[in-house]
Ligand binder design. Sequence first.
Ligand code: IVH
Length: 705
Amino acid sequence: MAADTSKIAIEDLTRAQAKTELGRLAKKLARLDLAYHAKDAPLVDDAEYDALKRRNAAIEARFAELKRGNSPSDKVGPPAAAGFAKIRHDVPMLSLDNAFAPEDVREFGQRLRRFLDMDAHAAIAFSAEPKIDGLSISLLYENGDFVRAATRGDGEEGEDVSANVRTIGEIPARLAGKVPVRIEVRGEIYMTKADFLAMNARQAAAEEKTFANPRNAAAGSLRQLDANVTKSRPLRFFAYTLGAYDGPALDSQTDLLDRLRHWGFAVNERARACADEEELLAYYAEIGRDRASLPYDIDGVVYKVDRFDLQRRLGFVSRSPRWAIAHKFPAERAETILTKIDIQVGRTGALTPVALLEPVNVGGVLVARATLHNEDEIKRKDIHEGDRVTVQRAGDVIPQIVEAVRTPGSRAYVFPEKCPVCGSAAVRPPGEAIRRCTGGLACDAQIVERLRHMVSRGAFDIEGLGEKNIEEFFALGWLKQPADLFRLASHAAVLEKREGWGEKSVQRLLAAIDARRTLPLERFIFGLGIRQVGEATARLLASHYGTLAHWTEAMDKAAAELAAFAGEKRKPELVGEAWKELVAIDQIGDAVASDIAAFFAAPHNRSALDDLANQTKAAPFEKPAATNEAVAGKTIVFTGTLTTMSRDEAKAGALALGAKVAGSVSKKTDLVVAGPGAGSKLADAEKHGVAVIDEAAWRKLARLD
Ligand code: IVH
């Protein structure tokens, strides 16, 4: 392999080195583009990406003859993805040239004057606007009615996302006032920082995909095959330019922004007319100062020659307009001392290391903490407590540590193996990045999440007891462990007097709780929230062990056997009888069994479970009465959105027919029932050759119709 030339100054590169490096850069940029655009999961930050692009362009500038046919410099965006119909843009959607330093902006102004044959001091009016970090979209309106929406795609051809765009409230279905015959309004779909954080929290709670930053969240939310998913996501839109246009004459960008506002679009309120380059630079500084406090992410500002007649004369050069430029912000970084590494225990028991910093100003925000992600990240970045570190705000949301410089007196960090909140063992399963507290039921950090899970539909199913109530009761000290829920009656008098409560509502809640004192064993087991024990696994356990007493006795034994086992290879028969029986249950393997054992090995959990068992009555497992040969004994996976029933109902129905319901597709799966929006599970089904049917076919098979 050729030596790495990426550190050699451009002017020192030989022709051969330049050629190899251009090849390497093309490959690398293509890989980064794919991750960013198609997977909405960037591999590097924007500054690093821009630096690679700039180096590529600089090498091409010096060795013009080496420029590749498919050079990264000529690419605007990703090609349209499969799954959406393609739309060819009437007017191509281009990208912008970048400026990084004040000189680049002044040079931009002089280029304009030279091209327009103007005096070096002639005035040019500009429109300056924040550069929204979202994804660009082109909206076609005919006689005022929304017709279709297309993503940028490769600039020539994009994806038809009309159905999804129709669900976005800030995009009018009909234009207001005097409307043009035909107009393509272009702008940016984005998500606010606050909406992004709230959505990620919701996604995480539902164990669904989370996104790295608001831009990726917006892109991922728009590019959904099921428009209902898009509808549930908080997307917004700013209009800022035109594609095709057939309507009353427009003079300038300022004029256009005004009209767009009148037609009913959101237009960025920070857009401003600037009389010359120095005003542009003052605008850049001002927006830069305010960047952190803006409700949405921006990655720079955009300067446009204001007058449309001048824009027309200036035209385009390769893939970008001569009349506009993006002035990018540098990645926001600063240096400080990492004083200590703290461990946070999340609602699901994940131990996350957090760097406590000597407070430092990063792009206008005082940063005192940064995420370290996990144990390995600390090793990989070789971070000690007391080191000098570089902090960066990524995607403008969560500060990160970029690198550490070893500092005299710094201390190596040992990741704790006990939960700092409850003292239970914190374990990290092989192959996983996250260490988790095993004290689930008794860990203060997790109790709210545990209770929320416990009262959810598939478990204790207590109606009218929401997360807010649980948090309220926890804060009052009434809920220290799950069984306390069934002792809430002792607080009724106090609760009735609290704001938002009254005698009736308290009685209703207590009645709802009482109604669930008796419940099927499988729901009781599921409600415990043991890792990897979902509804299907809980049912397998209930069906195999029959009663709560049998199950807990067997699990205690299995946990004790595992704790005592010191052998190398964990052959089930060597660990012990109870363990062997547990892992022999179809679909329960070593990993799930280990999580169950870890739960039972924690004394806190064990006593919380006993307490809960005393407060409630878990009814012995009942074998399903009705069976259906087509379904009984089969392993079924439901995926995507079902329209005639909820996912829970579908699962319960399948279980009642004697089927097993699994959460992921493997070679043991017999059938996948897929609704719209089904994702990777379809590909898994194909990989394993598993039959896939739709909801209607499922209803027939299950004899629901
Ligand atoms: S004008 C001919 N104005 O930045 C291109 N673009 O790097 C006209 N962007 O593709 C684009 N905010 O996705 C323009 N106020 C703004 C913008 C903006 C964000 C995006 C847009 C564009 C990309 C170019």
